[in-house]
Design a protein around this ligand. Sequence first.
Ligand code: SF4
Length: 467
Amino acid sequence: MTSSPTKLFCPGSGDRKLIEKYGVPGPRYTSYPTVPQFDSNYTHSSYRADSEKYLQNNIAPLSLYLHIPFCQNICYYCACNKIVTTDYSVSRQYLDYLSKEIRMQSALVGKHRNVMQLHLGGGSPTFLDGAELTELMHMLATNFSLSDSQLREYSIEIDPRTVTQDSVALLKGLGFNRLSLGVQDFDERVQQAINRRQRFGLVQKLTETARLHGFKSISFDLIYGLPLQTLKTLETSIEKIIQLSPDRVAFYNYAHFPTRFTSQRAIARHDLPSAEQKVDMLGLITTRLVDAGYQHIGMDHFAKVNDDLALAQRQGRLQRNFQGYSTCLAPDLIGIGVSAISSLPESYAQNETVLDDYYSRLDQNELPVAKGVLLSLDDRIRWAVISGIICNLELNMGIIEGRYTIVFSDYFTQELLALKPMENDGLVNWDNGTMRVSELGRVMLVSICRVFDRYLHNNTVIKFSSV
Ligand code: SF4
């Protein structure tokens, strides 16, 4: 892929106006159509039929996602599907139900497909203790074909407060080779305001231990726009990140929706940085991380230039699924656990999001699918366009025309017109039928993608965090 011009996003130079112009709310496009378009007309029978049609006779590698919903403390900013409890016996019951779903999914897909990607997310997967995690991996190994390839990507989200150096060693022994650490911010006052206290020394020690045990990739998840965060505190946190040198960094934008997420009511609105300060924070994050040798993958994601993710993007083969960016070793994704989402070639399916409903469906010997969507041809064409932009920062009209037998300029007449102002403002540039996103445009990727989102044009009322 040709590199785009290297003008970085800089709030002081007029780019702030562009954020005001294009920074409208939009989905994060981990799928298209996005989750608000899923409905209950897609049932467990639809999922079964699609799995039999697309998954059984396929020999391509497989991707698995397992959702562990429990956390021992509430972080005030949280908008995840989680259950906060200090009753550790809940995980015993959950594992029993997971085991049932794993066996049902395995019976559908068969054991012949090599699992090249595995991700444990939550909640906090490390709510499970060492014995439970071992039991879970044993269940998966019994029912699926887990890969022992060096190229496999087996990752787990870590709450640093719930793991020790010994548990890091255990995770390596269980086959994980990637760790994702929830960091959020290193400033103590900010940590107190979000009810998530974890010393820098703790994250430092875990990072060093993970390196010692040969983990292939370490990611940090951080948030900007948190209460009491200032440019100064954020700058100090970024320096600490650079010092620890994780392979990947995700810097999410905090979205304050206290009416929707009750824990956010503990955050005082007057402690939050203003929209203007957040734009400055975004500029600071982008500049500092790129200067420190990270590639800006797009939106809020950064990876070291020699990381697989950065490499995949430069080679135009980056993909996106419900876990975010992926190097796509395995195209089909099976989601297991409460609220988990599966991605099949022509459909998406989401499990029950309430734990009792999830249990009750499994008690009836049904796959716990609650809703989903069958992809139309138009959905697939638009996802090819959107995922090309959001992952590989380009749109090649010829490739889309060849794959779907359409005349791009006829099919997307309105969309091409809508892109014109973005071209004039330097967010994208065209060269011989290929549109490329500039460095500046990477900050506003969602706004570029949403041009192709038919459901947003249909005025569907959906609440998203501002870009
Ligand atoms: S942010 Fe993570 S650890 Fe905190 S409550 Fe939410 S899911 Fe649990």
